[in-house]
Design a binder for this molecule. Structure first.
Ligand code: MRU
Length: 359
């Protein structure tokens, strides 16, 4: 495993650890440090990444994951490149490797480009820009939670029962979260009627990570297989679906973890709100529709089993798109850190000006 384990692994080892991904400064060894999400929920450990190759590897194998978190990791990775790539002629290739580590979430390319844009001003400027992205994502989480609880209250009443998919908590951002941040805020306010976490095949971000975060926060929850979501909605057990996004296109199409579209169809059929929570850093007006987004296809190995346990016959051919596209007309509202957009009412990004950050 590239990267060094820096925290004694074990249950509870991360208690009190606040940030999913961060910069650590040692005079000789600047590094990107992150919670190893491949090891959760059983092993809690931090990885210290001292090379760009290690950061790229961590992003590709989902040791760090979630659109805002990989953006922050990519930005910090550029700052690390400026400090550690010995030959300046190799810097562009290092930055490109970070930018291309995963294709679908717009946050990664956007953060890498932003930090790369100040590299000419020196290592300190690059690090300052990367840390600014980190801090903006932290502030965004608070603001999305504030906008989100108001919207969910307006749509669903006093004690909403929610269904969420994948992991959209602090692990997917830096602290707080997007959709799961709204769930946490409702719980803290005593206004959460219940939450179902969808397990999120094949890498089980819901079963492994969302449950870990909910349990740590003391939020009661149920875990369901992905296919149960639309039926639980039809059976009247869910008042709203609330998910994050990896990219939201100009027309409001939402690209998110595979399985999101099925929940959206189930919600539409039952007349239940389908709410997307994502920071402005995930909004991509330069991409017209979901059909224009490169959807990452991942390996056969993820589908034929989990870890060392194989569940399909050897040699089967798989289809493994990591994300899907929920068309804008199935989305009741998008909550960002600066506005609430209801595409169902015919609004677009241009119709809704940016509001203030809230906390
Ligand atoms: O493949 P992942 O785990 O990086 O996918 C993450 C998701 O799809 C999340 O729902 C999305 O990034 C929003 S999280 C803030």
């Amino acid at each position: 495993m590239p990267g060094t384990v820096v925290d004694a692994p074990g249950a509870g080892a991360l208690s009190g650890h606040q940030r999913t991904v961060d910069w650590v400064e040692h005079p000789d060894h600047p590094a990107v440090e992150l919670i190893d999400q491949t090891a959760l929920p059983d092993v809690e450990r931090l990885l210290r990444l001292e090379t760009v190759e290690a950061v790229v590897d961590a992003i590709q194998r989902l040791a760090v994951r979630g659109a805002p978190a990989i953006g922050v990791a990519g930005g910090l990775g550029v700052a690390l490149a400026v400090r550690t790539v010995p030959d300046p002629a190799d810097l562009d290739a290092a930055i490109l490797a970070l930018r291309n580590a995963r294709p679908t979430a717009v946050n990664l390319a956007r953060a890498v480009d932003r930090v790369a844009g100040v590299v000419a001003a020196g290592a300190d400027a690059a690090l300052a820009e990367a840390l600014a992205i980190r801090d903006e994502e932290i502030a965004s989480s608070d603001s999305m939670a504030a906008y989100g609880i108001d919207l969910i209250g307006a749509l669903c009443g006093p004690a909403p029962r929610l269904l969420t998919h994948c992991n959209t908590g602090g692990l997917a951002t830096v602290t707080g979260g997007t959709a799961l941040g709204v769930v946490f805020a409702l719980h803290r306010a005593g206004r959460l009627g219940g939450v179902v976490a969808s397990e999120t095949r094949p890498l089980l971000q819901g079963a492994r990570l969302t449950t870990w975060e909910l349990a740590r926060a003391g939020v009661p929850f149920r875990l369901a297989v992905d296919g149960a979501g639309p039926y639980l909605i039809a059976r009247g057990e869910i008042d709203a679906v609330i998910i994050g996004a990896d990219r939201i296109c100009a027309n409001g199409d939402v690209v998110n973890k595979i399985g999101s579209y099925a929940h959206a169809l189930g919600a539409a059929r039952a007349g239940v709100p389908f709410v997307v929570v994502a920071p402005e850093s995930t909004v991509d007006p330069a991409t017209a529709t979901g059909a224009d987004v490169e959807i990452e296809d991942r390996s056969d190995a993820e589908v034929v089993g989990f870890g060392a346990v194989r569940s399909a016959p050897a040699g089967v051919v798989t289809a493994n798109p990591a994300f899907d596209v929920t068309p804008a007309d199935l989305v009741t509202a998008v909550v960002t850190d600066r506005r609430v957009v209801r595409f169902a009412a015919g609004e677009t990004w241009d119709d809704v000006p940016l509001g203030p950050l809230r906390s």
